[in-house]
Design a protein around this ligand. Structure first.
Ligand SMILES: NC(=O)c1ccc[n+]([C@@H]2O[C@H](COP(=O)([O-])OP(=O)(O)OC[C@H]3O[C@@H](n4cnc5c(N)ncnc54)[C@H](OP(=O)(O)O)[C@@H]3O)[C@@H](O)[C@H]2O)c1
Length: 234
């Protein structure tokens, strides 16, 4: 039974990823910033004994170290899903709030790298050896040429892309594959907070695509891949 660790698994795309991997008989370590008994994630854990829940705030380095100490077993996939949009009104030309910048960057760009470093021995010891980050199409310099606003979120995802690319260069010799995957425009709290009112995918479709892409990670130079499998230009 392969093992996956998913951050931010209590709602949105992370919850759906946890549910689908559990159904597919993976051992799932689902982490959530706040662990409560009466949540959707708790009910997934009740239905699937192969899913367990650990508390984790990804901006807390001590908590990351403690979790890595607790789970010493081989880790086939580290899936950095947790993400923070930040208040859109505080990351535009109206107002640039440095505290919001710090939280967004810390959560979206620093945390995936810190998680990868902390779990490296477990990833190396596994069969599949994958490190994945959920990026965003909004990180693409090419695709968002004429689109303003959401500065911090977009900067943080572009930074996460670069962190993963550098990580791939450092880790390829160990047989580790890094994935930079964009889930598409998905109907979640994060999307609603962004103010988007157009069409959106359901989390089930997006998560299924992300899972297919993770299964295909083999020997490629890391590139942003959409849930559909299409490459997104940097
Ligand atoms: N939805 C989209 O259209 C879209 C598009 C492109 C990329 N993405 C990316 O996909 C990922 C999942 O987003 P989503 O759409 O599912 O958003 P969501 O429903 O808002 O869920 C975000 C998740 O991240 C968790 N999180 C945030 N900060 C955290 C922290 N410091 N420590 C631990 N967990 C934290 C949240 O936990 P709490 O419940 O505790 O807040 C929640 O579980 C994110 O990385 C996002 O940037 C989403």
């Amino acid at each position: 039974m392969p093992t996956i660790l998913i951050t931010g698994a209590n709602r949105g795309i992370g919850l759906e990823l946890a549910r689908q991997y559990a159904k597919a008989d993976w051992r799932v370590i689902a982490t959530a910033r706040a662990v409560a008994p009466a949540t959707e994630l708790a009910s997934v854990a009740q239905q699937h004994s192969n899913l367990s829940i650990d508390p984790l705030d990804v901006t807390d380095n001590d908590a990351i170290a403690a979790l890595s100490k607790k789970h010493r077993e081989p880790l086939d996939v580290l899936l950095n899903n947790a993400g923070w949009l930040g208040d859109p009104r505080k990351q535009g030309l109206g107002e640039l709030d440095a505290k919001v910048f710090e939280t967004v960057m810390r959560t979206n760009a620093y945390a995936p790298l810190a998680m990868a470093r902390a779990f490296l021995p477990q990833i190396e010891a596994s069969a599949q050896k994958n490190i994945v980050v959920l990026t965003s199409g909004l990180s693409s310099l090419a695709n968002t040429r004429n689109f303003g606003n959401l500065y911090f979120y977009r900067m943080s995802k572009a930074a996460a892309n670069m962190a993963m690319r550098a990580l791939q260069a450092d880790l390829r010799a160990k047989g580790i594959e890094v994935g930079i995957l964009a889930p598409g425009i998905v109907d979640t709290r994060l999307l609603r907070q962004s103010g988007w009112t157009g069409e959106a995918l359901d989390p089930e479709t997006s998560a299924a695509g992300v899972i297919r892409n993770i299964a295909r990670l083999k020997g490629q130079d890391p590139q942003i891949h959409l849930y559909s499998g299409d490459a997104v230009p940097w």
